[in-house]
Write a protein that binds this ligand. Sequence first.
Ligand code: ZN
Length: 140
Amino acid sequence: MAKGLTITKGVSPAMQWFKYRQNNSGGVFTYPAAMVFVQATSAVKADRLAKRAVGIYFDGVESGVDCDCCGDRWNCAYVGDGQDAPTFHGHGIADSDGNFCPTVASDLFAMAAEDGVPDIALVFADGHVTYRDRKKDVPR
Ligand SMILES: [Zn+2]
């Protein structure tokens, strides 16, 4: 950083969380998770990080990867979709330290678990990823 550079607080856009809900195109869920939250300062940056960090892709039907009757597996984020914290149906997914709330449940998560896929992934702005994986809680 240049010496003497003035950093003005509040100029950079705030971090937000963008949600990506997986559609099980072709009848099967795949990695990274049924629902992915990406931390970024804009929808465009969130899409880019989602691709780079966990391999989310868009326009899957058009590119022939996804089933055209089921539709695209992933949809890109939109401006205005960002939330201050990752939530699902208004319930917080994790605390500020990234510890998952164990009680958030959904049929979506149960279906993903049947395919061996974690239910939630958090992709932080620095690129590190944490997962809530129901299978790990179940004795086998
Ligand atoms: Zn289909």
